[in-house]
Design a protein around this ligand. Sequence first.
Ligand code: SIN
Length: 330
Amino acid sequence: MKIVVATLSAFIMSITVQNAVASDCAPGARVVKFSHVTGGTTHPKVVAANNFAARVNKELSGVLCVEVYPNSTLFGDSKELEALLLGDVQFLAPSLSKFGSYTKKLGVFDLPFIFKDMDAAIRFTNGKVGKSLLNSMEDVGFVGLGYWMSGMKYFSANKPLLLPSDAKGLKFRVQTSDVAKAMIDAMGASPQPMAFAEVYGALQTGVVDGQENTWSNIYTKKFFEVQDSTTETNHQLLAYLFMTSKEFLDSLKPDVRAKLAMIADEVTQEANESVKAAEAKNRQNILDAGGKIRTLTPEQRKAWVDAMKPVWKQFEGEIGKDIIDAAAGS
Ligand code: SIN
């Protein structure tokens, strides 16, 4: 019996290690884990997480060694935040839409059409209010190291979407965000919260009719293959909280903590400088692979804005008017 258990656990370990990005940990280094849910080679989060690991492993060689587990191979959406608090993983970069059970304030990032583009979102995150939100979950034990932009979001469905009325009656996969759910309701459609890893299968089998995401996610997860088309609605931001736990940070010597913070800042800046190019490349990758992209006339776009604008008022109480005003004015 013991042999069977040992063989099974060796097999599981070998799968896990194959899925992680290989790292050459210097002897004596403390091995720590970075788990995330995205995949491919051109995705901005994949690139940023790998850059962070490469820099830590070089500049803190022999002290810390980061192993990256992409594609939900270590923890998926539903377990990763809990795993961070339990010390089973040390770095994450979840979408800002996934913190609803810890804080309502980050819901500001989900408000439809609040940011004109990613530059506006970067200005907000670099400002006083945005910076204060970075550590809005300190009481829980989460420490924000930086915001990583991912891109603006676009709706795709199994039929053409040009007006919000085209979405009436359809089922859309959303992240676990009350704001996203309200936004889909406002379109007369039905929101289906679901883990990222399950989206392709759900679109393919018709469990849902559509979804909303960035070019990088639509390309690297191949959603375009199982949808009629994607419409350039630009309706919402997708950004990540690059984060760790207070417990982990407190366990580091002050000089190591300072070096880590410096690397995190530099990697964050680099990631946000290159995200627009990554998005443009993945948009083109979708077209090159045969995916269809629909654009909107100014009148059609206005219809989407008008349909979704009431959602802001609905969440003003729990997010805070001051936070909404700061984001909208950025
Ligand atoms: C991610 O980009 O991390 C996942 C976003 C999603 O769940 O749609």
